[in-house]
Design a protein. Structure first.
Length: 201
């Protein structure tokens, strides 16, 4: 879903287990929002280099980039799931670059989803340390960085972490809820249901 805001647009995406919202600067001529198929929009955006113009008309989102023109059928925006991104939870703060490198170090040992081993990365916050660990039953990868926040342990699905480290960001913090985890990275928010969550005193 695309929604106009002051000074730009917000782009939302979700498959109910994983959700994302990001802000983009844009010149707005008319306020509104529109919902379209994410895969089709992503395919178009990846094919063009020119600045993009968006316009809705007759049940379609018209996309113009230079001489290229596309259109995507819209769907009722009221049917888009109501995802709450800024939920309450324990806020964990750490160095973004260190976290990104640590995730890369442990992702190599994450189990595939069709195995009996938990397919995710264990994130354990204890005594101002964030310990990352993963295993596929044969290999074990462990890394550690400094952080601040309450003691907590969660198992985060690998797909979120894989998508997260693809992007460049200067600032990053993590919010741990009872059943989900949210990463706030600059102008983008990622949220996913966790595989395991527990608080520790």
């Amino acid at each position: 879903m695309i929604e106009t805001v002051d000074g730009g647009i917000k782009v939302y995406g979700t498959n109910l287990n994983e959700s994302i919202v990001t802000s983009v600067e844009a010149k707005i001529e008319q306020q509104g929002k529109v919902c379209v198929n994410a895969d089709k929009l992503n395919e178009i955006v990846n094919r063009v280099d020119n600045p993009i113009e968006l316009e809705t008309n007759d049940g379609y989102l018209h996309v113009k980039a230079g001489k290229a023109k596309f259109k995507i059928m819209t769907v009722n925006e009221n049917e888009y799931p109501n995802v709450k991104f800024m939920n309450e939870g324990d806020i964990i703060v750490f160095n973004a670059k260190e976290f990104k490198q640590s995730v890369k170090n442990v992702l190599i040992s994450v189990a595939y989803e069709n195995t009996n081993v938990l397919s995710g990365v264990d994130l354990k916050i204890e005594d101002n340390k964030l310990k990352l660990a993963s295993t596929d039953g044969n290999r074990l990868s462990v890394d550690e960085i400094e952080c601040s926040g309450n003691n907590r342990e969660i198992v985060c699905p690998k797909i979120l972490l894989m998508n997260l480290i693809k992007n460049d960001f200067e600032n990053l913090e993590m919010v741990c809820g009872d059943n989900d985890i949210t990463f706030i990275a600059d102008n983008t928010i990622y949220k996913v249901k966790v595989l395991k969550s527990s608080s520790k005193k």
